[in-house]
Design a protein around this ligand. Structure first.
Ligand code: GRF
Length: 197
């Protein structure tokens, strides 16, 4: 089977990008990262991509941002777009260019704590359980159909930092898993529900 061609959009650290790159390179998943696009020229994710010799692009145009990114994704024949710490909302036009082909990872159990710094939101709220969600991207903020979730307890001894470390460890496991489910054609979307075939 030909590996699914993945384009990853990033803005920051890129630890999820690296987990995806490792899973692809070690052939744990039937996917290949064919380009990485950052809207932030200083993103450490770009260094990680270079280490894996994956083409990188910085697009930070105020206007035409999406047109430029879409044209790169097309140029590289991307089949699946993965947002990995990408800090910009995408328009309806962009999402419709890749219907049910854009994934995102979120550091909480959606629909709880959508938006920024979800791990801090859950910690500050005093929740006893939080987690990680991988979902399809729709036009809302963290509202798309859910592919995988994993719960993580918030311990009395946790600080926001120790909690986030555990969250990220789980992220690095379930993002590649979700990509593999997509790559092997195992996902069927039925309304809000994502079923495994
Ligand atoms: C992750 O916690 C992810 O859930 C959220 O942004 C963070 C990105 O981390 N969407 P990294 O850049 O992959 O290290």
């Amino acid at each position: 089977m030909k590996p699914t061609r993945v384009g990853v959009l990033v803005s920051g650290n890129g630890s999820n990008l690296e987990a995806i790159l490792k899973a692809c390179r070690s052939k744990k998943i039937d996917a290949e990262v064919v380009l990485v696009v950052s809207n932030n020229p200083k993103a450490y994710a770009l260094e990680r991509a270079k280490k894996f010799k994956v083409p990188t692009f910085v697009v930070n145009a105020k206007e035409n941002f999406e047109t430029e990114v879409l044209s790169l994704l097309k140029q590289y024949n991307v089949e699946l777009v993965c947002l990995a710490g990408f800090m910009r909302l995408l328009s309806k036009h962009f999402i419709q260019a890749y219907p049910n082909r854009i994934l995102n990872i979120h550091p909480a159990l959606l629909p709880a704590f959508p938006g920024l710094k979800a791990q801090k939101q859950a910690y500050d709220y005093g929740a006893k359980i939080t987690g990680v969600t991988v979902h399809f991207v729709d036009e809302g903020c963290d509202t798309g159909p859910i592919i995988l979730q994993k719960a993580i307890p918030i311990l009395d001894s946790d600080t926001e930092e120790t909690l986030f470390k555990r969250i990220q460890k789980v992220e690095h496991q379930i993002y590649p898993q979700a990509i593999q489910l997509f790559a092997t054609g195992c996902l069927k979307i039925n309304g809000r529900r994502v079923l495994r075939e």
